[in-house]
Design a protein around this ligand. Structure first.
Ligand SMILES: Cc1ncc(COP(=O)(O)O)c(C=O)c1O
Length: 481
């Protein structure tokens, strides 16, 4: 064999990772199989034995009539949907498909400016023309709160031609906007409401969690069962209720976007995660909510740390208590630095931004995971104190730029690379979101304003993380023409 072909770098890294015995405060929620349906456990399953295909008796995801149809129907029953589809390319594919169903090229759709990147790709696929809802910010944490509950109504009034509204519920920090009032307003205008519930698969199972999107009145909801629901990574659910969104068109869009070889391990993991939540959802979420409460209480007492709670949010928003956002700014630490220090203590959290870390307590998180997180935070605080420190504040995000092309028109236009300092007045061919706040500064088809160029120059000098641009150093941008 050629040099290097005896090695398997990903395999080796995974093995090493497992040997390190980290504490896991991150997704997926099953936490390496800690929270599994009794059925899954009793099988003593070898993953290769179930890596099968559409054999007789095993049904077909794209035209289900047997056990896949049965499993989807049980999931619909559990979540209160009229119809549920299993997805094997995450919530991303569900949102893309729904955008293709709700909008034709050139039609308007109202979406939060800080939507997930799959919404942007959904705009490219559908050709929809976005109207943005701009989020307020949570003071002291530098993170978006999400659009407030009155915004969709105002946007629909201003743009009567919009075909629907999409809302992220909750966002990555667990902040959930007042969806019920939004649904009333959107239905009042005769339009559908789509909920991006990527982080909400556990909401229906505990009264301390925000109300689920469907019970707030959403017409469609896409949830990453693999994030908070206990299934394998990549597996999600798309739910429909009411008459606004056509199930057949949805099935056709999904058949267009999803693989013709869906993975049976993913599909069965959806069936078994649903089984687990139906049987023990409340009990498992009781445990997660209680552990999260203890971590919050302990972390709030640690000098130099600040923990996001409901009291930091404006009226009309609620917070998923199992999502713990912690700022170490009082220790002079960015979220990235705090997260890197935690790794040295053997603790992995879900996410870090410039200001915060986000730890997730899911149905599989153990007492030991929580204890190790709290002990490590205490150690870090002791190391960093007693000097009072603070982080430099990033500049304010510039105003929305003028949109010259739809994202789809921009995607299919010719592009060239231009130095950032020469971009003012040109139309951007890509998107760029700086973390935090994670709100795109520019979308494809929008014009670079002088303020945006100045802001991006600051970002480049500060080395802040940016998602989207082909040149991650931000020396150049791809522009149209
Ligand atoms: C708000 C939001 N929506 C959608 C997605 C996409 O979900 P998936 O990874 O299941 O495709 C994510 C993923 O992190 C997300 O955070």
């Amino acid at each position: 064999m050629q040099d290097g072909q005896y090695e398997a770098p990903l395999y080796s890294s995974l093995l090493k990772h497992l040997q390190n015995g980290y504490a896991h405060l991150h997704l997926p929620a099953h936490r390496q199989g800690q929270a599994l349906s009794a059925l899954w456990k009793s099988l003593d399953l070898d993953i290769f034995k179930i890596d099968l295909t559409e054999l007789p008796g095993l049904d077909n995801l794209h035209n289900p009539k047997g056990p896949i149809a049965g499993a989807q129907s049980l999931a619909a029953g559990l979540y209160g949907a009229d119809r549920t589809f299993f997805l094997v390319n995450g919530t991303s594919v569900g949102l893309q498909a729904l955008l293709m169903v709700v909008c034709r090229p050139g039609e308007k759709i109202i979406i939060p400016r800080d939507s997930h990147r799959s919404v942007l790709t959904g705009l490219v696929l559908s050709g929809a023309d976005p109207v943005y809802l701009v989020s307020s910010m949570v003071e002291g944490f530098g993170i978006p709160e999400g659009p407030d509950q009155a915004q969709p109504a105002r946007a629909l009034e201003a743009c009567g031609a919009a075909k629907g509204v999409l809302i992220t519920y909750p966002n990555y920090y667990g902040i959930a906007a007042g969806l019920k009032n939004m649904a009333k307003a959107v239905h009042g205008a005769g339009r559908p409401l789509v909920a991006d519930e990527a982080h909400a698969a556990h909401f229906p199972f505990h009264p301390s969690l925000p109300e689920s999107g469907l019970s707030c009145g959403a017409d469609a909801s896409v949830m990453s069962m693999h994030k908070m629901g206990g299934s394998l990574t990549q597996s999600s659910l798309l739910h429909l209720q009411g008459g606004y969104i056509d199930p057949e068109e949805t099935a056709a869009a999904l058949a267009c976007l999803q693989t013709s070889s869906p993975s049976y391990p993913l599909l069965v993991s959806l069936d078994l995660a649903r089984h687990l939540l139906a049987e023990r959802g409340r009990e498992l979420l009781d445990g997660a909510v209680q552990k999260a409460g203890q971590v919050r209480e302990s972390a709030e007492k640690i000098p130099g740390l600040k923990v996001l709670s409901g009291r930091h949010l404006k009226k009309g928003y609620s917070l998923d208590p199992t999502r713990i956002t912690i700022s170490g700014a009082g220790l002079g630490l960015s979220g990235f630095q705090l997260s890197a220090m935690l790794v040295k203590y053997g603790v992995h959290v879900e996410m870090a931004d410039f200001v915060n870390i986000v730890a997730v307590i899911g149905i599989g998180t153990t007492e030991e995971d929580c204890g190790r997180l709290v002990d490590s935070l205490k150690e870090i605080s002791r190391e960093r104190r007693p000097v009072a420190r603070s982080l430099p504040a990033p500049p304010v995000l510039p105003a929305l730029p003028p949109q010259r092309l739809t994202p789809r028109q921009a995607w299919f236009s010719g592009k060239r690379k231009v130095l950032l300092e020469d971009c003012a007045g040109l139309v951007c061919g890509e998107w760029a979101a700086v973390y935090p706040p994670g709100i795109p500064v520019i979308y494809p088809g929008e014009e670079f304003t002088p303020e945006i160029v100045e802001y991006l120059k600051w970002v480049k000098a500060a080395g802040a993380p940016v998602a989207g641009p082909a040149d991650p150093e931000l020396r150049t941008f791809r522009v149209i023409g």
